[in-house]
Design a protein around this ligand. Structure first.
Ligand code: FES
Ligand code: CO
Length: 327
């Protein structure tokens, strides 16, 4: 397993999907996970696999802060240790479920399967801004690698084609030059960002009433996370964070959190706006071959306005990412 991703934090669910006394099954890096919340509100992330015969524990039941396996009824307490074997009550209790680091941030559950290389999830300081409303979009499941999805989010030249009439205009497909820099900031974290990106957008957001010239920044703060900010001339301030949950190397769950100062549009209409855009990207992403992102320069043909994509590929190389890429 890729040590970079194994030791990083990944989004796996919305916090409010898991009430006290409830379980939720998901996958991360080919590992089956069961998330469950105990009666004290504490979230647990375990391997969703009984150490007895490999059954999914999430198919069993959760009672009194213990999980019972559906196959032979073995019971596992808070620390993942077996506390009861119904078929042989006097048997030594040495079975142990694998447990993982879990924490909650940005209204989501984040899991690290290995030894955390970072104190927590990627920095998203706009989330803490009370002047910005938070909208959780997705999730979206995509049959492609997380790096392909992040790269698509950084790509401006597709607006006029994939998002015509919303984020782009076929009559104005030219991408003006922009700046790419690495950064290291106490608030924003470190990584690479693109600044002074300009695009003419017929409908830049749910509340836009006409076209406008939008100034963008994009920043990559972890191998599988990117955040864009929009600075249109009007009044909408907006940050959109794209967090990816790598299920396998070539299948990914995408989570988007918007932080924006639109307090008038309905919550659902803002989610639908993002659904429309993402569902336009999805078939393109699923058609890209190979599904893993090739990092070697020259593996795919690039032009000057792809420089943010190229900077992202160099960043992944320098981070020594192995998973979801072709080195
Ligand atoms: Fe879980 Fe036997 S497989 S108790
Ligand atoms: Co797109």
């Amino acid at each position: 397993m890729d040590p970079v991703l194994y030791n990083d934090w990944h989004p796996v669910a919305l916090s409010n999907q898991i009430a006290a006394g409830a379980m939720l099954a998901t996958d991360l890096l080919e590992t089956r996970l069961v998330l469950w919340r105990d009666s004290g509100g504490v979230l647990h992330a375990w391997e969703d696999r009984c150490p007895h015969r490999g059954t999914r524990l999430s198919m069993g039941s959760l009672q009194n802060d213990a999980l019972t396996c559906p196959y032979h009824g073995w019971r596992f307490g808070k620390e993942g240790r077996c506390i009861h074997i119904p078929a042989l009550p006097q048997a030594p209790l040495k079975a142990q479920v694998a447990t993982y680091h879990v924490q909650e941030q940005y209204g989501m559950a984040w899991v690290c399967l290995g030894t955390p290389a970072h104190a927590g999830p990627p920095a998203f300081p706009e989330f803490a801004d009370d002047q910005l409303r938070k909208v959780w979009c997705g999730h979206y499941d995509v049959q492609s690698s997380a790096p392909r999805i992040v790269e698509n989010f950084l790509d401006m030249a597709h607006f006029a084609f994939v998002h015509e009439g919303i984020l782009g205009d076929k009559e104005q497909p030219v991408v003006p030059d922009y700046t790419v820099e690495t950064f290291d900031d106490p608030e924003y974290g470190s990584g690479v960002w693109a600044k002074q990106c300009y695009a003419w957008q017929p409908q830049a957001s749910r509340s836009a009433t006409g076209g406008s010239d939008i100034e963008y920044t994009y920043r990559v703060v972890r191998p599988l996370t990117t955040i864009l900010t929009k600075h249109p001339p009007g009044t909408i301030r907006e940050a959109i964070a794209l967090f990816t949950q790598p299920l396998t190397e070539t299948s990914t769950r995408v989570w988007i959190i918007m932080a924006l100062n639109d307090f008038t549009s309905s919550y659902e209409s803002m989610r639908e706006f993002q659904d429309t855009i993402f569902l336009q990207d999805k078939p393109i992403l699923e058609s890209q071959h190979p599904a893993r992102l090739p990092l070697a320069p020259g593996a795919e043909v690039s032009v000057l306005c792809d420089r943010m994509s190229l900077a992202y590929r160099s960043y992944l190389k320098q981070q020594d990412l192995q998973y979801g890429v072709i080195r």
